[in-house]
Design a protein around this ligand. Structure first.
Ligand SMILES: Cc1ncc(C[n+]2csc(CCOP(=O)(O)OP(=O)(O)O)c2C)c(N)n1
Length: 323
């Protein structure tokens, strides 16, 4: 499955847009206008971009606390996302959810859970619903290596394999869960790396390579659409910034600065940009135009969020579920 030049430009544009949005949030966070914790996605952009480029609007994704990249790559509206971070009633969750609860059902952003591992059974259930309703839709679940320590993954995978559900499990192994490195929590390679030829397609790939992420996910999604069951894709990557908040708020000290520097040098956005320039797929003029467009979009989204009304006290009684 080789990508066209247009598809490659699309991948780069998605990655660049996510990166610039994250940088702007980071730079404005200490103003304390966004009354929500934020978990930034800088360094992991190739995963959301590569995976979501294989999906149709009606396909579903389920994600976690670090969800800005997933939401945007799946077609979520930036204005509604920023309004949500500013806790405004125009937000994608009407200001009830904040950064960790982005929803946009129209584009298949079915929800995000701040409970680590919580989205995995929900995404599995969506796959079951699609199968039972005979819908040609695929469910993708994004989760971190920390969530892979949770029992929900194993229960969900077992059930998805048993029922051959159209679910793609995307584990983003960024090396850390808050301050704990992966290898102090997991004994080497996960058992699912071996897969099971007739029940589970499994791959461990470089999550900083957007084309590899695209190609691998494409296979998994095709398989799901044909009724051949679930897939497990582990993408190795790195969280460049702190676990939550902006740089100034990161406790530091738990990671070797040399490790961070080495991964900064492998920045997926810079590397892909350089690759596409060397292939003649983009040039400096096109890149400058994309940067200008993205900046204008971000300016407009921040202005929209700031000008939007806060929810009112009466809104507290809306959207409640009670029998
Ligand atoms: C069930 C549960 N346990 C603990 C937490 C606290 N917590 C929030 S994020 C996080 C780390 C998650 O790590 P990972 O899944 O690797 O995602 P990453 O933050 O690295 O993207 C933890 C432990 C939580 N929210 N839910």
């Amino acid at each position: 499955m080789s990508l066209t030049a247009e598809a490659k430009r699309g991948l780069l544009r998605t990655m660049l847009r996510i990166r610039r949005v994250q940088e702007r949030i980071e730079s404005e966070y200490l103003k304390d206008e966004m009354k929500t914790p934020v978990h930034l996605y800088i360094g992991q952009e190739a995963i959301a971009s590569g995976v979501c480029a294989t999906l149709r609007t009606r396909d579903a994704i389920n994600s976690n606390h670090r969800s800005h990249g997933h939401y945007l790559a799946k077609g979520g509206d930036l204005k509604a996302m920023m309004a949500e971070l500013f806790c405004r009633s125009t937000g994608c969750s009407k200001g009830y959810g904040g950064s960790m609860h982005l929803v946009d059902v129209e584009h298949g952003n079915m929800g995000t859970s701040a409970i680590v591992g919580g989205g995995i059974p929900i995404g599995t259930g969506l796959g079951l619903a699609f199968q039972m309703q005979k819908l040609d839709r695929v469910s993708v679940v994004f989760f971190g290596d920390g969530a892979a320590d949770e029992g929900t993954l194993y229960e969900s995978l077992n059930y998805a394999m048993l029922k051959k559900l159209p679910v793609v499990y995307v584990m983003e192994n960024n090396g850390w869960a808050v301050c704990s490195p992966t290898l102090t929590r997991q004994c080497g390679d996960n058992v699912f790396h071996k897969g099971a030829p007739d029940r589970l397609f499994s791959a461990k790939i470089d999550g900083n390579d957007p084309e590899l992420v695209y190609e691998t996910t494409f296979q998994a999604v095709e398989r799901a659409r044909k009724g051949e069951g679930p897939s497990f894709i582990e993408c190795t990557t790195y969280r460049i910034l702190g676990h939550a908040g902006c740089v100034a708020q990161d406790p530091k000290g738990y990671r070797d600065p040399a490790e961070i520097e080495a991964w900064r040098e492998r920045c997926p956005v810079c590397a892909y940009q350089a690759k596409l320039v060397s292939e003649g797929v983009v040039d400096a003029q096109a890149l400058a135009a994309a940067e200008a467009e993205i900046k204008a979009e971000i300016d407009a989204a921040f202005a929209f969020a700031r000008q939007s009304p806060l929810p009112t006290a009466a809104d507290l009684h809306q959207n409640l579920f009670c029998e």
